[in-house]
Design a protein around this ligand. Sequence first.
Ligand SMILES: [Fe+2]
Ligand SMILES: [Fe+2]
Length: 164
Amino acid sequence: MINESMQKSINEQINKELFSAYLYLSMAAYFEAQNLPGFAKWMRIQADEEQEHGMKFFEHLLERGGMVKLAAIEAPQTSWKSNQEVFKQVQEHEALVTASINALYELALKEKDYPAQVMLQWFISEQVEEEKNAADIVQQLEMIDAHGTAVLMLDHTLGKRGKE
Ligand SMILES: [Fe+2]
Ligand SMILES: [Fe+2]
């Protein structure tokens, strides 16, 4: 059975993943209001993926005889100054999540929790992808004028994101 300190940290991680879903859903709503459906679609898919991450931790706890304890999810921010600011926040938020996953992995090493180490390796690779995606969009937004037609082109591109 999974030990207490791992259970506590995984329960905290479930909350962080579900907060991430909430944050990205809030960003999707913001982009819908800005009439940028492609940006909004990208965020909706991002939110779905975070929900799936939360469920991976949820299932892991249950499979190992742990107790899932869901806590309140903090309300996310609802407005931003610019498109750039939104994606910069995604980048910063993903860096925080990466640090949290890494800390969880260190705990799994310390506790000699081998099944958790295997499960967390998937998240470690996923975070590399998450950080890269956010950084690429931040960089593209920096290259274009906030009111230029290039924003509409990027909206079109982001709208092509499929379920990964
Ligand atoms: Fe995640
Ligand atoms: Fe993420």
